[in-house]
Design a protein around this ligand. Sequence first.
Ligand code: FHN
Length: 479
Amino acid sequence: MKKHYPAIAALLILFLFPSPMQAQKTLPADMEIELHYGADRLGKRPDQAMQKFRENRLGAFIHWGLYAIPGGEWEGKVYNGAAEWLKSWAKVPADEWLQLMQQWNPEKFNAKRWAQMAKEMGVKYVKITTKHHEGFCLWPSQFTKYTVANTPYKKDILGELVKAYNDAGIDVHFYFSVMDWSHPDWRYDLKNEEDEKAFQRFLTFTDNQLKELATRYPTVKDFWFDGTWDASIKKNGWWTAHAERMLKDLIPGVTVNSRLRADDYGKRHFDSNGHLMGDYESAYERRLPDPVKDLQVTKWDWEACMTIPENQWGYHKDWSLSYIKNPVEVLERIVHAVSMGGNMVVNFGPRPDGDFRAEEKELAKVIGKWTARNGECIYACGYAGWEKQDWGYYTAKGHHVYMVVFNRPYSGQLTAKTPKGTQIIKASLLNGENIKVTETARNEYNVSMPKHEFNEPFVIKLEIKSSESTTNKYREALT
Ligand code: FHN
């Protein structure tokens, strides 16, 4: 990772990889440049905590802050941009925005009910916005006055949530925005000495808040950083490496997303040698990796996150302005992510009164009914390495491959093509009902449709074995 090589030549090569996607290509080992703040490791993290992160596969995101109160509307005007950015769309000065704290009193908030909802949905972890860009903290931070402690509600919402989710057996991850619109020392760029000084003070403040979170809530399993794309952070790559190390020293096993990191040259997510920084890639927001171009995703862990409307994370009062995904569309993205070896996090934006909107509750319920019956094809599953077919997605676990069928073929037959040397020896539904499977050619099978109708995506479980050579059975085509 830290080999010497004439930096100019190597950087020149980096310029040949202009797009972020292409920049994931690694340099030949002997051409790597020396980095002090690049990747800490090559390849996937092998420890148990990371394994748990990976096996969880399905998470929920919670975006909850002051922005829930106006819900996308400011001074009579409804903005259709992301509701948690309303301060910016409506150009509201920070002190005026933070006055919303006086209205923060979520009377219907019940952490146990939130945990129950997550449990019923089948999520294994919840990512909570401890502090979004606006700077308002869901915990009583000692380092700012913009916290729940100074609202009519007063109580530590984050603490209540951590306890309730943990009691329900659900891991808690902390979302943390480094960019903080409430702080006078926050800078987008560093143009002079004064900016530099202010920003160093800001980084100390951020360190203090992170240490505070890690020590107050030691069961937290992950820190998910956001708001790290500005020049000020990119010029302080050292700090991003330091923050990750500091958290890992405080909480052994904690995981950290790639979005935090910038290397010596301000290169983000992947360092200047093309190696992933942090523990998993977190750039897939409202999109999934391309299965062809980004097939390298199997080389590192990754997590995608999605909204239910097109782009609303915080509560927006008018969802009719946006296309709302239905539960099958959400399920398809979840399964698609798992089929490519990643995690999926589905976002919820609770209302200002502490309840969830009816549409979100319904969606969580429908997904939960499906995961209760079919979760076996999601949890602890990953990439099967089989050729994708039009009926849906494969996921894999041990000696089993799951066919998750989203598109029913009119022929009544599902085609499965196995990699060389792999045979299907049995097919069944998850309730154990047998499914007819016929070998039609070398490494090709017809898997019959289940006898009864499904009105939702269904799963066929294949038992597989790596076979001896089949050359005697099949005659090679003489072409
Ligand atoms: O600006 C934020 C946005 O509000 C939201 O929090 C998402 C979640 O991934 N992250 C940022 C944009 O990348």
